[in-house]
Design a protein around this ligand. Sequence first.
Ligand SMILES: Nc1ncnc2c1ncn2[C@@H]1O[C@H](COP(=O)(O)OP(=O)(O)OP(=O)(O)O)[C@@H](O)[C@H]1O
Ligand SMILES: [Mg+2]
Length: 510
Amino acid sequence: MRGVDGASAAAGVWGGLNSGVVLSIIAVLWTVVWQNLQHLQLQHFVKRNLGRHARRLAALVDPYLSVTIAEYDGGRMRRAEAFEEVKAYLAAATSRSARHLRAEGAPDADRLVLSMVDGEEVPDQLLPEEGGGAVFWWASSRPAPPQDRRWGGGGGGGDEENRRFYRLSFLDRHREQVLNAYLPRVRRQGRAVMVQNRRRKLFTNISSHQFSDGGYARSAWTHVPFQHPKTFATLAMDPASKKEVIDDLDAFKAGKEWYERVGKAWKRGYLLHGPPGTGKSAMIAAMANHLDYDVYDIELTSVHSNTDLRKLFIGTTSKSIIVIEDIDCSLDLTGARPKKKDAAPEDEDKASKGDKKGAADASSKVTLSGLLNFIDGLWSACGGERVIVFTTNHLEKLDPALIRRGRMDKHIEMSYCRGPAFEFLAKAYLGVDEHELFGTVGALLREVDMTPADVAENLTPKSGDDDADSCLRGLVAALEKAREDKASGGGQEKQPEEEDGGVVAAVDKE
Ligand SMILES: Nc1ncnc2c1ncn2[C@@H]1O[C@H](COP(=O)(O)OP(=O)(O)OP(=O)(O)O)[C@@H](O)[C@H]1O
Ligand SMILES: [Mg+2]
């Protein structure tokens, strides 16, 4: 009896308690909903939370699987192509259903490229030809940066990069369609979107101190849009040499199978050498525009070790030109190897370094062997389709190991302006095909060394009153002055190999 009484009493207590609890839950729920209504958009709240619960419920009867596509693969050193492709696909395919979007500039000035922000979820489905009907969910996630690194937050600096990902959730019964049809299509469409939205970039390395500092998801590169207008059509150069360079670039670009067949990494090295102002940097811009590649301009003096150089290299993408300008000024290339007998004395090297870029940063530990490893070591094959360009004003100062064929496959000499190059510049700058002064200028250019940069400067109208005639007269005056300076011993020595004239650049054949 006591037991029954006790039970009914307990039931009464519980019954009373239940209604109290139910009321409190309703009150709490209402408060939560009301707060959410006030602070979040209603639709977003309902979609996210109800969608999530509905999926959890469905997962009880038909379990969900997930595929995670991480931002970094290969031991988090390189951005995963699949991640970029999924990002591009989702931007194009799902931006209409995402509520929170990130916008980036598109190649045409007014348009924006939208992508979903971290923490967002969007649905997608199979096309009819893939079986149709099935609904998937894509989620994008990025962990918060560790609160306090001093106490080891983040599980060992840099691991956070590895955890940024897109995750696709789908039902077990759709496994085959997702893996064999849906995901390959996502990658294909993503690639197409990337090509469409591509803005070429000019990258430069940030100081290695800045990124080796346990930085959170930091790249060693920073970039701006690449907008250099120089093309081969506006580069004054001997037509045969220009054609040879263009053909070489085209053969490289189309050479994927060939490189595979002969077992070489898909890369090509160019060494541009010649005096200042002869168009070496202009040639690099023309190459980038011709190939439609990004440019990675490495400032070697800010790279503090071979390891940092490797990290930079791995951070570059396919279809890119990696440039090291004034290679002889950037690091002490003679330091790491026994010097050749005929190499220029080190002191002389340093004096010329001072002229141009300032002495190499004393803390730079990049060595010649590190650089060689970067050009043709095992790491050089990562990524593929890369052009490496070195420029120098002093070919003779470079270590032969650095410029041997296979490393720098093609040597291109950029030289002083002669007749044909001048006529090319006159047409480009002044729009004239012929003029009575052409003969005089051509003769003077055979006697005096003037760079295309100086000729171009003289052909640039300086005021509204300047025309072709006045510019050409100005050029003749400048050339005559240079000839007088030369006669009085102040000018530059003429280089013997340019006696024949007319060739502004020569290409060494392989
Ligand atoms: N062959 C050329 N054709 C057309 N323009 C040229 C040529 N050479 C130089 N110029 C023009 O002269 C300027 C300087 O050229 P550029 O910077 O390419 O010289 P450089 O060889 O890289 O010199 P440096 O060795 O000092 O880096 C640029 O504005 C470029 O457009
Ligand atoms: Mg230059």
